[in-house]
Design a protein. Structure first.
Length: 286
């Protein structure tokens, strides 16, 4: 059985840890509120872009606009893996990495050439440790992703797709459903698929024509798709971190209760022993 002094030292250590996890929980809660506000702010613009693309899309445009090109055979695929730069967020990063690893294995099994692009330190470190080459290593996207971040990431992929060097671009990131539900997902971002409910372009009288509008709109649509995914991933990270830190704080509280009981028992035993020694000594002097 541990002495009272040893138990007291453990209590102090757990109290310090609980203070840290409680602080991190509060910080994550604050960041989560701002991150969810950014997710909600991005939705109207994203919905409006989707509505316009559905209104302008026509099947014959797939031959004119490279981003709409549907390859007859998918040979080379770029997989963009978005994780966090930091840990202490439960299974958030592990879930995304596992989804990316399974996707890569499935694509390789189908005979396709796979090119990995990493965004976030945790995903990059995982694949580098396993000697998997990465075409992109971007660790500059922070807690507040910007449209410029999305443009820097997607522009080289878009150019290569339009040139025919890539047949498909897939995104692996977290989907933000709620603070407690942030599952990993795989999303195709290139080629741009015909949106559901697409209507013929000649339904409307447009000036300038639908071709001119689409030519300017499709890059923005693609950039916004990635931007919204980055914003959702950032919100999911903070939600996962808050949950993980709350669980850690609660576990530390339970551990403190157990240690306090152990300390009281140890202290009681020590006092009983001291009393016995005093009584024994007094009897020996009598």
């Amino acid at each position: 059985m541990q002495s009272a002094k040893e138990v007291k030292r453990r209590i102090k250590s757990v109290e310090n840890t609980r203070q840290i996890t409680k602080t991190m929980e509060m910080v994550a809660t604050s960041k989560l509120k701002k991150a969810t506000d950014r997710v909600r702010a991005a939705e109207p613009y994203s919905d409006a872009l989707g509505t316009i693309v559905r209104s302008l899309y026509a099947p014959e445009f797939a031959e004119e606009f490279p981003m709409l090109r549907q390859p007859d055979e998918v040979r080379k695929v770029a997989v963009l893996v978005v994780t966090a730069n930091r840990g202490l967020c439960g299974g958030f990063n592990a879930g995304i990495i596992r989804e990316a690893r399974l996707l890569r294995e499935d694509l390789l099994a189908k005979g396709r050439e796979v090119e990995l692009h990493g965004v976030g330190k945790k995903g990059i470190a995982f694949f580098k440790f396993r000697k998997v080459s990465l075409a992109l290593q971007n660790m500059d996207v922070g807690d507040v992703p910007t449209v410029e971040d999305a443009e820097d990431i997607i522009q080289p992929l878009r150019i290569r797709f339009e040139a025919g060097e890539l047949d498909q671009v897939l995104l692996v990131s977290a989907e933000y459903r709620s603070a407690l539900s942030t599952p990993p997902r795989v999303m195709e971002i290139l080629p741009i698929r015909p949106p559901e409910g697409a209507q013929p372009a000649d339904t409307y009288i447009l000036s300038p024509g639908s071709r001119v509008i689409l030519n300017r709109l499709l890059p923005a649509y693609l950039r916004n798709t990635l931007y919204k995914a980055l914003v959702e991933n950032a919100a999911a990270e903070q939600g996962a971190r808050r949950t993980a830190m709350k669980n850690a704080t609660d576990n530390a509280g339970d551990m403190l209760e157990t240690l306090t009981r152990n300390y009281n028992r140890a202290r009681q035993g020590q006092i009983t022993q001291e009393i016995s020694e005093i009584v024994g000594g007094a009897e020996g002097l009598a």
